[in-house]
Design a protein around this ligand. Structure first.
Ligand SMILES: [Zn+2]
Length: 248
């Protein structure tokens, strides 16, 4: 059971991370209903939330949440003491308002601060389901559970995906032009190579001719066989250019 639950939680967290950027360290806004329920179930929230989310987690309260717990007196004394030890998210309400309204205000229309909310308040849960991208945590008995993404969150994801597709479609007419440019660039890149090949052919032919010279040198023993030719040539040179012979 626990393994299956963890898998579900991972899947849900992945959804919120990829679609809405909710990621570690998780900032969980906790309300009084959650804290009192956790106390009744003898759950140590600071320990259980990071276990459930499998990551660094900061439970938070607002001043309004704390004040509401204090106003309940002895009934919520334990919860108030716990809440006092949590990180205090500044809500800006100098005169405390109803905690659920304060939390809804912190989340706003888009949950820009990417908060998670832990509450047992069904009305607050319903309100927050209408805001896209708010991971909701509830206690089922002693077990903290991450709620499936709300319809609003799923719709937002779908609309984001269609936007991406539309963007791609809008870009499509530009693609042929880009491809044509790429082809042109390739052709340009290949053309000088061809020229180089042509140029390369000439030095090769020159090399071949150089090779042919030593090849001609190989049959030099042949002239040895006919020393007369050599003699003739030397004589001819001597005859033709008498000056170098005199210098020698
Ligand atoms: Zn407040």
């Amino acid at each position: 059971m626990r393994v299956k639950r963890n898998k579900n939680h991972r899947r849900i967290l992945r959804f919120f991370r990829l679609t809405f950027g909710v990621q570690e360290p998780y900032h969980v806004l906790v309300d009084g209903t959650f804290l009192t329920h956790a106390l009744q179930q003898r759950i140590y929230v600071k320990e259980q939330l990071p276990k459930m989310l499998e990551g660094r987690t900061t439970p938070m309260v607002t001043n309004c949440v704390l004040e509401e717990l204090r106003s309940l007196g002895d009934r919520a004394l334990g919860a108030a003491i716990i809440a006092k030890g949590y990180y205090r998210l500044k809500c800006g309400h100098e005169d405390p308002i109803v905690a659920s309204k304060c939390i809804a205000q912190q989340i706003g229309q888009q949950n820009e601060r990417r908060l998670l909310v832990a509450t047992q308040d069904p009305e607050l849960l319903q309100t927050l389901r209408d805001v896209p991208g708010v991971p909701l945590i509830r206690l089922h008995g002693p077990v903290p559970q991450l709620e499936e993404p709300s319809k609003t969150s799923q719709k937002r994801k779908a609309s984001l995906e269609t936007q991406k597709v539309r963007a791609a479609e809008w870009e499509k007419p530009k693609l042929p032009k880009l491809k044509a440019k790429e082809i042109q660039a390739k052709a340009l890149a290949e053309q000088p190579k061809k020229v180089r090949k042509k140029k390369g052919a000439n030095p090769l032919s020159c090399k071949k001719s150089k090779k042919s010279k030593p090849g001609a040198g190989v049959p030099t023993p042949a002239p040895e066989a006919n020393p007369k030719r050599r003699v003739r040539s030397r004589r001819m040179r001597a005859q033709e250019n008498p000056e170098p012979s005199e210098a020698a």
